[in-house]
Ligand binder design. Structure first.
Ligand code: ATR
Length: 258
């Protein structure tokens, strides 16, 4: 869709790499004539980070790469566009990040990629809470920024966050990542669930019932991280607004069929 919009002809296909064969699969693909780059998804983002030359700060902090590019000089460069994708989706949705307190629930790969971009966008603090607290501490230590803190899941209300982001996989099984009933949402203006489904997730529905005005799912982030990767490869920035709508239609149709 991006290529059509900017009148480029590209080929973009899925490659299923064997779990113990990412490096071989990536190298074989990238050695082909005309190969510009590729996206990398779970569980290979750390392998991609180790394979590439990484100057991108978000990728360095996340220790994860979702975009690889063959550079003109023959080097393989690695980037992480997940966080830019989240920030751009928030901004497109009219959410102000500047001077806001952000609570990030979860400390997996999805969480790690978004920390630096949220701080760059002006968040006044970013607090990580995770079921396994030690993992949140590890992630915060890796970033080593005074604005990044860790709190126990039981104590998230003390943060009084303006923006709450659910980066856990809990919504996939219709679960909440933590209790939302203890006043944590009192000052919250926006909840963001990185999961996207045909209908709002339980996290989004409960937040709405508890009075949070805006609930956003992760579909826009999916499109925006892809748009950023496209920009890295092609040097052209696609207009995403219509494409988010089209992708939502595709998701709805495919969920109806399943
Ligand atoms: P990803 O890389 O996609 O983020 P991951 O590394 O497996 O996936 O991380 C999943 C995150 O979701 C973790 O923070 C996990 O918490 P733990 O570190 O305690 O395992 C969190 N998570 C998954 N299911 C959850 C649930 N039902 N409730 C709360 N947190 C959950």
């Amino acid at each position: 869709m991006f290529a059509d919009q900017v009148r480029e002809k590209i080929s973009y296909e899925k490659i299923l790499a064997p779990e113990d064969g990412f490096v071989e699969a990536a190298k074989a693909f990238l050695a082909q004539e005309g190969a510009v780059g590729c996206n990398v998804t779970m569980p290979f983002k750390l392998d991609a980070f180790n394979l590439a030359k990484v100057d991108d700060q978000a990728a360095k902090d996340a220790q994860a790469v979702n975009t690889l590019m063959n550079s003109d000089t023959g080097e393989l460069l690695g980037f992480n566009t997940d966080g830019v994708g989240l920030v751009n989706d928030l901004l497109n949705s009219g959410v102000e990040i500047k001077d806001k307190r952000v609570l990030l629930i979860g400390a997996g790969g999805a969480a790690r990629g978004v920390i630096t971009p949220l701080l760059k966008a002006g968040a006044v603090s970013l607090t990580i809470a995770n079921r396994t607290k030690a993992k949140a501490e590890q992630v915060a230590n890796a970033v080593s920024n005074p604005k990044v803190q860790v709190v126990a899941l039981e104590d998230i209300a003390t943060i009084a966050p303006h923006i709450v982001i659910n980066s856990t996989a809990a919504s996939l099984s219709n679960e909440l990542p933590c209790s939302l009933n203890d006043g944590v949402l009192q000052h919250c203006e926006v909840v963001y669930d990185m999961v996207y489904k045909n209908s709002p997730t339980r996290f989004m529905r409960d937040a709405a019932e508890l009075g949070v005005k805006t609930q956003i799912d992760g579909l826009g982030m999916l499109v925006e991280q892809a748009a950023e990767a496209f920009y890295i490869w092609m040097g052209k920035r696609p207009d995403t607004s219509d494409i988010v709508k089209q992708v939502r239609d595709i998701v709805e149709q495919s969920e109806k069929r399943n």
